[in-house]
Write a protein that binds this ligand. Structure first.
Ligand code: FAD
Length: 419
């Protein structure tokens, strides 16, 4: 139980996922009194297992890169796309662009990865309250003043704060309270996933940890195939909301998943030798974002600000990145004595620009974009494509891909699908 004299803090971070733990660690490291509140007691299950290589830079700043290197998480060197007819693109190896150790990333078991980051926030000096749910963020004239917390065991209480960082993921406490969430009508998707032991893994050190993205027939959706440690593979389908869950009531998740697997022979073939070792999970309508990353005394980071789509595995990268950018704005706000929304949100335009670069590629995929055909037509664009897949979204040079990408999107909208 938090002591009475500790019910006031400088920085209150709500949510102990990658975004919240990053923000809490960096604020505490900068000497700010920081409390990190997480409703679960770790380690807790979470989806989002495939990292992008550019997570490296935030993980290094957090001081956990050596722990990652020493971990048993599966090394990931590439992404590969498989068309609806089973034709495989060349793997997009990250080291082709970036001959540095950061070109290798990991497929992580999120319960372990997230617990590591929460522990790290504690080591940097944040007070961590696990098993505490934030029920509400108190606001006065649009300024965040603190939050009401409900411990799993014990009476609820208020905690006051100079700044509240909302990192509650899709719960998006502040965005929901203020009505800031804007769903993306072009990305109304749903997903069902599970885990297999002993399913096929690509041979060879460079390929066995690759993320595979396999289109379903008719290109309505796609499967992810993410090899984790201990011979487990995470396998999930993403498709239009009503493809997986048509109106007319709930249906058995397993039946829907297997129906989709029949539409993706390349995924079915890989899963066949395996044994299912987890339940089916599902989620829907997960893509949205807000107009602002901050207001007076509050900041939104990670999914609590917005989520794009799982197709390129950008979620954890963006959570870490926004956790870092948001924390830097908070640290700057305290040192300048200005905790206004303008100062706390000064990183927003740059962050949105990076997210938008990724969004173009997401839209292209759902319009039937074919990676192999694009690279055959524009081999000089491969480096930009790899940059986007790495997470190198915040430099202007990647914009060179926009014109050829848009031209191919326009072509695709008028032609039958190319392979
Ligand atoms: C189907 C699907 C597949 C995905 N696959 C990938 C992938 O392969 N790679 C990838 O990078 N990303 C993936 N993502 C995205 C990824 O899961 C998220 O983007 C990422 O977890 C966001 O991190 P976060 O810290 O913002 O939020 P979260 O990781 O969701 O953390 C939020 C935390 O806040 C806590 N919380 C919530 N409400 C409260 C409250 N009221 N009080 C206190 N605590 C609270 C939660 O318990 C949670 O621990 C996927 C997403 C989906 C939907």
């Amino acid at each position: 139980m938090i002591a009475l004299n500790e019910r006031r803090t400088q920085v209150l971070v709500l949510g102990g996922g990658p975004a919240g733990s990053t923000a809490a660690a960096l604020c505490a490291q900068a000497g700010l009194k920081t409390v990190l509140v997480e409703r679960e007691k770790g380690p807790r299950f979470h989806i989002g297992e495939s990292l992008m290589p550019d997570t490296y830079h935030t993980l290094r700043r957090l001081g956990v890169i050596e722990r990652m290197k020493g971990s048993r998480h599966t090394p990931k060197f590439s992404v590969q796309f498989v068309t609806e007819t089973g034709k495989e693109s060349q793997p997009f190896y990250f080291f082709e662009n970036n001959p540095h150790e950061s070109a290798q990333t990991w497929q992580v078991v999120r319960s372990e990865f997230d617990s590591m980051l929460v522990d790290n926030a504690r080591v940097h000096g944040a007070m961590v309250l696990e098993g505490h749910s934030a029920r509400d963020v108190h606001m006065e004239n649009g300024k965040a003043m603190g939050a009401r917390l409900i411990p799993k065991n014990g009476p609820e209480f208020d905690i006051a704060a100079d700044v509240v960082i909302d990192a509650t993921g899709q719960t998006a406490l502040i965005a929901n309270k203020l009505g800031l969430k804007k769903p993306d009508p072009l990305l109304r998707k749903s997903s069902i996933w599970t885990y297999y032991e002993g399913a096929t893994r690509e041979p060879g050190r460079l390929d066995e940890g690759a993320t595979l993205v396999l289109a379903t027939q008719g290109k309505k959706g796609w499967f992810w195939y993410i090899p984790l440690k201990d011979n487990i593979v995470s396998v999930g389908v993403v498709s239009g909301l009503e493809d997986l869950f048509p109106p007319g009531g709930p249906r058995d998740l397993g039946a829907i998943f297997h129906e989709q697997l029949e539409c993706c022979p390349a995924a079915k073939k890989r899963v066949m030798p395996g044994k299912q070792v987890g339940p089916f999970y599902s989620t829907k309508d997960f893509s949205y974002r807000c107009d602002h990353v901050a207001g007076d005394g509050w900041v939104l980071v990670g999914d609590a600000f917005g989520f794009l789509d799982p197709i390129y595995s950008s979620g954890v990268f963006l959570a870490l990145k926004s956790g870092e950018m948001g924390a830097d704005a908070v640290i700057n706000g305290f040192s300048s004595g200005d905790l206004s929304g303008k100062t706390l949100g000064d990183w927003g335009p740059r962050y949105l620009q990076g997210m938008d670069r990724m969004k173009r590629l997401v839209y292209a995929f759902y319009e039937g974009f074919n990676f192999g055909a694009f690279i055959r037509k524009h081999p000089e664009m491969k480096r930009h494509l790899i940059d986007l897949l790495i997470g190198d979204l915040f430099k202007d040079s990647v914009d060179e891909i926009i014109a050829p990408l848009d031209a191919m999107r326009a072509e695709m909208l008028t032609m039958p699908s190319a392979v």
